[in-house]
Write a protein that binds this ligand. Structure first.
Ligand SMILES: Nc1ncnc2c1ncn2[C@@H]1O[C@H](COP(=O)(O)OP(=O)(O)O)[C@@H](O)[C@H]1O
Ligand SMILES: [Mg+2]
Length: 250
């Protein structure tokens, strides 16, 4: 479990996140939704330790990353899988090398052991016979699956995804969403996904936190979201949901 307590983050006196309190449970996809610029990426970067909170704390299974010693930090990093836009695949490396990278970094396994794990992860995301291809030789949806295979290579407890559907068509997006959800449930991973895609919200939103101007202003699930009386949330949902919009205008 991850517990965020009274988290504030500011840059040069500008408050970007204010008093965020939320818990993320294992085996569940938690979606962080909100308009562009609302603070989703900054929150995720605090969760993975790329940014340090201005105040407040983040507890992972009860421990605070910022208080850990160097060796503990490294061990802990191994437990985090990431699917970030910036940490896209290395285009100079093959699919196999991409997925093996975290194993090279975090383990002292033999090449054969690593290869076995790589192949297991590739099979898990329904990719076979692509080991020796380069990222630019496979489709965008396949690239995302390689990214997921790489993120789960070290068998992480936590998985963080920043806009995993960006650049994908709606059908491929749903395939990726479902894959992340399946893996999350199967391995009891605590998964946090940033998105502004309402399809994802309806598809896999068992737990949703809505951020508006740096504050968490609503929390619930995809069944409750349509009936909320939170105005900024409704503005966000309706702006994203053409069907509802059309229905409303009838
Ligand atoms: N490193 C940074 N330094 C200063 N401001 C930042 C930095 N990163 C993000 N911000 C600001 O924080 C706000 C939230 O950004 P972000 O979390 O990227 O939004 P989102 O992911 O919801 O679109 C924006 O106003 C952005 O300009
Ligand atoms: Mg973002």
């Amino acid at each position: 479990m991850i517990e965020v307590k009274g988290l504030y983050k500011e840059f040069d006196g500008k408050m970007v996140l204010e008093d965020i309190n939320i818990k993320f449970q294992p085996g569940e996809c938690s979606l962080i939704i909100g308009a562009s610029g609302s603070g989703k990426t900054v929150l995720l970067k605090n969760l993975v330790g790329l940014y340090e909170p201005t105040s407040g704390e983040i507890l992972y299974g009860g421990s605070n990353f910022n208080n850990m010693k160097m060796e503990e930090k490294k061990q802990f990093r191994r437990e985090m899988g990431m699917l970030f836009q910036e940490s896209a695949l290395f285009d100079f490396a093959t699919v196999q090398e991409n997925v093996m990278f975290p194993l090279d970094f975090f383990t002292d396994w033999s090449f054969e052991q690593k290869l076995e794990r790589v192949n297991f992860c590739l099979r898990r995301v329904n990719l076979e016979n692509v080991n020796n291809l380069y990222p630019n030789q496979i489709s965008g949806g396949m690239q995302k699956r390689v990214g997921i295979a790489r993120a789960i290579a070290t068998n992480p407890k936590y998985l963080f995804c920043d806009e995993p559907n960006s650049g994908l068509d709606p059908t491929t997006s749903i395939v990726i969403d479902r894959l992340i959800q399946e893996i999350t449930r199967e391995y009891k991973i605590t998964t946090v996904i940033n998105t502004h895609d309402m399809n994802s919200v309806m598809e896999i939103g068992d737990h949703i936190g809505f951020i508006h101007k740096g504050r968490l202003v609503w929390e619930g699930n995809n069944k409750e979201i349509m009936d909320s009386d939170c105005q900024p949330l409704n503005d966000f949902v309706f702006a994203n949901n053409l069907a509802r919009q059309l229905k409303k205008n009838k």
